[in-house]
Write a protein that binds this ligand. Structure first.
Ligand SMILES: N[C@@H](CCC(=O)N[C@@H](CS)C(=O)NCC(=O)O)C(=O)O
Length: 157
């Protein structure tokens, strides 16, 4: 338990890679400190812990950085043995992307089992509280498309 106090996650709200790690931590019941990163103005903390790729997510456990979301999930699963987990894909993002580009590539008729799984996945309270707000995520992905259509610089809010 003492180990858990030294878990930090550097992430970004809109990143499916961050969400994947957060879900793993929550499914394991590990308490951690979340540090939101501004990828347009990277923090000294991120540059210190991921100096080569300078990407989130970064898990810091007892001062040791672990990078790459799937590696992090594996590390979490191996370090905290209780409640074994499988790597999770962030399927809800598919729904957002379908809405943004206006094409449905995973529909109920063609993929009934997958759709049922998505429904069950989204009904979990752990999953619900880890997902970014739908409207915010939608406008995040729509902004570059709209900016391109209007040929003006992107502005994220
Ligand atoms: N393969 C990496 C991908 C991580 C990634 O692409 N992170 C993005 C945010 S979603 C990032 O930090 N981008 C900053 C940059 O490329 O400068 C993982 O699974 O962790």
């Amino acid at each position: 338990m003492a180990e858990e106090k030294h878990v930090k996650l550097i992430g970004t709200w809109s990143s499916p890679f961050s969400r994947r790690v957060e879900l793993a931590l929550k499914m394991k019941g590990i308490s951690y400190e979340y540090i939101e990163e501004d990828l347009f103005n990277k923090s000294p903390l991120l540059l210190q812990y991921n100096p080569i790729h300078k990407k989130i997510p970064v898990l810091i456990h007892n001062g040791k950085p672990i990078v790459e979301s799937l590696i992090i999930v594996e590390y979490i699963d191996e370090t905290w043995k209780e409640n074994p987990i499988l790597p999770q894909e962030s399927r809800p993002l598919v729904g957002i992307l379908q809405e943004v580009i206006g094409v449905s590539f995973i529909d109920e008729e063609t993929f009934p089992v997958l759709c049922k799984w998505v429904e069950m996945f989204l009904s979990s309270s752990i999953v619900k509280e880890s997902l970014p707000p739908r409207d915010k995520l939608l406008s995040f992905f729509q902004a570059p498309l709209e900016a391109r259509a209007a040929s003006k610089p992107m502005v994220y809010k």
